[in-house]
Design a protein around this ligand. Sequence first.
Ligand code: GLN
Length: 456
Amino acid sequence: FSAIEITKDYLDRARKFDGSIKAFISLNEDAALRDAEAIDARMLKGEEVGLLAGIPIAIKDNICTRGMKTTCASKMLEDFVPPYDATVVKKLKEAGAIIIGKTNMDEFAMGSSTENSAFTATKNPWDTTKVPGGSSGGSAAAVAAGFAPLAFGSDTGGSIRQPASFCGLVGLKPTYGLVSRYGLIAFGSSLDQIGPFTRTVEDCALSLQAIQGQDSMDTTSYKGKIEGQYVSELQEDIKGLRIGIPKEFFQAGLNPEIAKAMKDSMEVLEKMGAILEEFSLPIMDSALSAYYIISSAEASSNLARYDGVRYGYRSNSFEGINELIVNSRTEAFGKEVKRRIMMGTYVLSSGYYDAYYKKAMLLRSKIKDSFANAFESYDIILSPTSPILPFNIGEKLEDPLQMYLADIYTVSINIAGVPAISIPCGFSRSKLPIGLQFIGNHFSEKQLLKAAYSLE
Ligand code: GLN
């Protein structure tokens, strides 16, 4: 197949069926076809093309694409067209990938259901009465519905892994610093990472190879030596792999059907020669509290740039600069974004800093230590990705605390900065996908992918 045939095929499918899924905020039809044509021409000439030559991809709408609207699913950036590409986008283009569209998300990546988008809610392709998860729900739905073989999202507290789990896909949150954040519109800068959604572990390995690497445009980018090859390492067996099972991740609140799917997968791993052992990792409650304090604090600072002055939405009615700022924000930010900004401003304010933000930072170092300790005894940690199955659209919208609980197994990973992958591991009786999470030590992506591959 030529790149143009493949691209046309996916675009046709997206045009035909996205009306009922709403994975995309914008399609990039003309440019995608032009790019595909260019790839075909280069291949015809025998030129060398990249790792993802001619592969259509979808990109979450908080990752900057030059000349293409990047809205963060917010009225604030509804007409924002970035003058530059995010480093990840630049790398993907160099690898020959064809960007076919930008995907829906929770506004500024705040949420777990993709219902917080200012434009529309995305539906789960497995059952359109259910949410696809969030905040990268559009990217997950795009791959699950067959609109693109690969999609990219961002994960601050679970926003790749949880939607991957809800949509029956592989989703990877890389080690903090492995993938450049330059051009990713910031939510919680010390937690954010970009990663892929794919149908297979092999595609995930390939995608990571394409986007990872040191970048001078991101000061938190890792400067040490990294693994360059993941795909060729996937074949190895997992005999002797030490897998820790944190018992706190399997207690009250875990859906019994998900618990059963975990047990079945553990048996398979044991049969293949992995050594499984239960241990205690009592970080759940503190991780959730620390996460919502740290991520909201960072968000309140990051989102202060939207003032209606330099770019983004500007209110039509104001007198003086203060009213300009207040009215622009009041009119253009959604409810959840305002809630996070207020929470963040509160925990950072001088009177409450010690009681909240400082405590959260202490918890953060404890959580890091707990993971470091665990990785002295285990190569990998196994848990469910989410305690619940994909829920009904609208079900948790009025109850933010219930929504926050959907991330109970994922947020601690971002706090510690370690990598984790969610892989499909069966279905509920109601035919909804279930996801299993493997957590690894810093820069152990190779091992994570190997373990994930063994369950495929
Ligand atoms: N659902 C979490 C939140 O609302 C995580 C979001 C994310 O990873 N971007 O903050």
